[in-house]
Design a protein around this ligand. Structure first.
Ligand code: R5P
Length: 315
């Protein structure tokens, strides 16, 4: 059934790719992806891919530009080796927050990356929890936009007491996402009114709309980067009388002082997926719990290959 299905990976998240391949029931394809001492990336596909339905699992996490370049070069290699389809599984899509021209003379880098992937020869993108709903529209090829929300919902229902829970969006932009989560968990919703000051990584929390007093609060966002937004909002929620504060974010970038920010915040547990590797040092932080998306990706790959509907994986 899967004879013409092949899964490859670059170096972005070997552990996730290996687990996805295992769950799909086929070994990872043989490809060499490395850098020469002159900093040029080299790719060689070491097996026949003629007529194959190929998948490349490669989140564009840190080092972002290296991982993106690996992906583009792998697409080119597969295209020139006569693969029938080149499906790019990008569970974390870097540059997603650069998705609009909201200031004079700024780029829309997410659109640029979409164009680069298409120009390289990608046939399809499989993404997860993109920062905004308009990003699939940047592509002229199909984009399957998966959601980690059902995975979080299942995990939280099994591991936390949710009887007194309120889901909190850290900013107004994330309200729709947080609302879906609150519906899944059958609980209330509150919204943080956060304003960014300038283009640096600092954020300022201004207010909380909704009741968090005497509640257990779950801050819910797509990305935790420096952790500034979540830590500040967690503090605000605690000041407003929340009993316990948890956080869940699909993509744990955790750059800069993120771990320190989380450690010093009222957040008891931060739940993230493994769309981005955590690394040894960050995994020592016992507030951070990583939940795997390997099965979600494996199911998506199998469904795409046999041309079944994926819509149950979108929300
Ligand atoms: C913003 O719109 C995003 O959803 C996140 O709230 C934000 O990017 C997180 O960044 P940081 O962790 O650096 O505050």
């Amino acid at each position: 059934m899967y004879s013409k299905l092949k899964i490859f990976t670059g170096n972005a998240n070997l552990r996730l790719a290996t687990e996805v391949a295992r769950l799909t029931g086929i070994p990872l394809g043989d490809a060499k992806v490395f850098k020469f001492s002159n900093d040029n990336t080299f790719v060689k596909i070491n097996e026949n891919v003629r007529g194959a339905d190929t998948f490349i699992i490669q989140p564009t996490c840190y080092p972002v530009n290296d991982n993106l370049m690996e992906l583009l070069i792998m697409i080119d290699a597969l295209k020139r080796a006569s693969a029938r389809n080149i499906n790019c599984v990008i569970p974390y899509f870097a540059y997603a927050r650069s998705d609009k021209k909201d200031q004079p003379r700024v780029p829309i880098t997410a659109k640029l990356v979409a164009d680069l992937l298409s120009a390289a020869g990608a046939s399809r993108i499989v993404a997860m929890d993109l920062h905004s709903e308009q990003i699939p529209g940047f592509f002229n090829i199909p984009v399957d936009h998966l959601s980690s929300m059902p995975i979080f919902a299942r995990y939280l229902q099994a591991n936390l007491d949710l009887s007194n829970l309120v889901v909190v969006s850290p900013d107004t932009g994330g309200t729709a996402r947080a609302r879906i989560m609150s519906e899944k968990l059958n609980c209330d919703l509150a919204i943080g009114d956060k304003r960014r000051l300038g283009n640096d990584d600092k954020a300022e929390v201004l207010n909380v709309i909704g009741n968090v007093k005497d509640k257990d609060a779950l801050l819910f966002d797509d990305i935790i980067d420096t952790g500034g937004s979540l830590a500040r909002m967690a503090k605000k929620i605690a000041e407003n009388g929340a009993k316990r504060v948890y956080a869940a974010c699909a993509h744990g970038i955790l750059s800069g002082k993120a771990v320190e920010n989380i450690e010093n915040s009222p957040i008891e547990k931060l739940f993230i997926t493994d769309s981005i590797p955590l690394g040894k040092e960050k995994s020592r932080c016992n507030k951070i719990v990583q939940i795997t998306i390997a099965e979600l990706l494996a199911i998506a790959i199998k469904k795409i290959h046999v041309e079944e509907s994926l819509s149950i994986l979108f929300r």
